[in-house]
Design a protein around this ligand. Structure first.
Ligand SMILES: Nc1ncnc2c1ncn2[C@@H]1O[C@H](COP(=O)(O)OP(=O)(O)O)[C@@H](O)[C@H]1O
Ligand SMILES: CC(=O)OP(=O)(O)O
Ligand SMILES: [Mg+2]
Length: 406
């Protein structure tokens, strides 16, 4: 079975085409700058990179280009589109409706449309991607895999905000959590690597990418996570602020005369590492380089970034009454020995000890704690696309409507 995995962002489409026989990635790529000038598709087959400069008016045009490239006689990997057996879609917000991965039918589409107000940045492009594939590949089954689904196991005490209860009852204002596909994959993988029973294992997973979140996973279930009603809460991110006093939002509007849109933009796109460093960069590589060459503001931003992660780990160790393992994943988590080392420096009280040499590595799966560390510390490269492909295969092969995650 060959599965196309699609992750549609507001102006980009990431894709992977996976042969499930051996779980081999046949090709992958990124179509970016959709809807604006300078559109391009970067397509990778093994170690070959092909760049196609082409403006794409919308997601449908972008996905059409992706399909054209898949069957291209020179750089493609299949002869005919009929070789695509199913398409798995990343969907960011599934709200309370989706605690599982699902086969997409009309009823699911309707539910997705109803959730748009909860994730105005993320869900509309996800829906456009599904609709485009339905049009371009009308006979192929589509499966939706949700960022929020894995966190639906959280207890009420973790997901309710201390707001009037009515806001939850009427409007479903609560913590949802995101990056669930990644937290689910790396938490399970950590148990496997350590030879532990996943269902008798307490693990804290740190997904540190452009967006970043942390989760407490006990006995195979997410019991708490740092992102909330939207992917804005929690850790310091590339451009998102994470936790702040909500009164700041009101202050910005009342005293600085900022509009709702301006505040939204400021918190989502101009804050985080980018904002803290006076617009130096949102990319951790640039910030680490600057700090190394003595840039004090970059160093301060790093200190704040690391401190926030350490605080959450402390909190989640308490939430689970202990922790067996801590996992680092995603762009920063996998590739920054500095961030991992500095976070672990705070965790001596838990008996965490890492081996600096083992930690001095990028992008590999390994245990980096010392044998006498009370808590295992691991790097586990995440693979959300593989999880989406596996869920898609399960649903299509078994002809079921959904795959329950817990
Ligand atoms: N070698 C590295 N050292 C430090 N940070 C890195 C390195 N490589 C990538 N990153 C960070 O990873 C981030 C992207 O993470 P990724 O998980 O790919 O994000 P997303 O999926 O949200 O786009 C970049 O912003 C960059 O800061
Ligand atoms: C939900 C979310 O924050 O996703 P990303 O990290 O891809 O922005
Ligand atoms: Mg990511």
């Amino acid at each position: 079975m060959k599965i196309l995995v699609v992750n549609c962002g507001s102006s980009s489409v990431k894709y992977q085409f996976i042969d499930m026989n051996g779980e081999k990635v046949l090709c992958k790529g990124l179509a970016e700058r959709i809807g604006i000038e300078g559109g391009r598709l970067v397509h990778r087959v093994n170690n070959d990179k092909h760049v196609i400069e082409r403006n794409m008016k919308d997601h449908e045009e972008a996905l059409k280009l992706v399909l054209d490239v898949l069957v291209d006689p020179e750089i493609g990997v299949i002869k005919d589109l009929s070789e695509i057996d199913a398409v798995g879609h990343r969907v960011v917000h599934g709200a309370e409706r989706f605690a599982s991965s699902v086969l997409i039918d009309e009823e699911v589409m309707k539910a997705l449309e109803e959730n748009v107000h909860l994730a105005p940045l993320h869900n509309p492009p996800n829906i456009l991607g599904i609709k485009a594939i339905q049009k371009l590949l009308p006979k192929v089954p589509n499966v939706g895999v949700f960022d929020t689904a894995f966190h639906q196991s959280m207890p009420k005490k973790a997901y309710l905000y201390a707001l009037p209860y009515e806001l939850y009852e009427k409007y479903r204002i609560r913590r949802y959590g995101f990056h669930g596909t990644s937290h689910r994959y790396v938490s399970k993988r950590a148990a496997e690597i350590l030879g532990r029973d996943y269902y008798d294992f307490k693990v804290i997973t740190c997904h540190l990418g452009n967006g970043a979140s942390i989760a407490a996973v006990r006995h195979g279930k997410s019991i708490d996570t740092s992102m909330g009603f939207t992917p804005l809460e929690g850790l310091v991110m590339g451009t998102r602020c994470g936790d702040i006093d909500p009164a700041i939002v009101i202050y910005l509007q009342q005293n600085l005369g900022m509009s709702v849109e301006k505040v939204y933009d400021l918190l989502n796109k101009k804050s985080g590492m980018l904002g803290l460093t006076n617009n130096l960069s949102s990319d951790m590589r640039d910030i680490e380089d600057a700090a190394q060459s003595g840039n004090e503001i970059a160093q301060l931003a790093l200190d704040i970034y690391v401190y926030r992660i350490a605080k959450y780990i402390g909190a989640y160790a308490a939430a689970m009454n202990g922790v067996d393992a801590i996992v680092f994943t995603a762009g920063v988590g996998e590739n920054s020995p500095y961030v991992r080392e500095k976070v672990c420096e705070y965790l001596g009280f838990l008996g965490v000890k890492i081996d600096k040499q083992l930690n001095d590595v990028k992008g590999v799966e390994r245990i980096i704690s010392t044998p006498d560390s009370k808590v295992a510390v691991l790097i586990v490269p995440t693979n959300e696309e593989l999880v989406i492909a596996r869920d898609t295969k399960y649903i299509v092969e078994n002809k079921v409507k959904e795959l329950k995650l817990f």
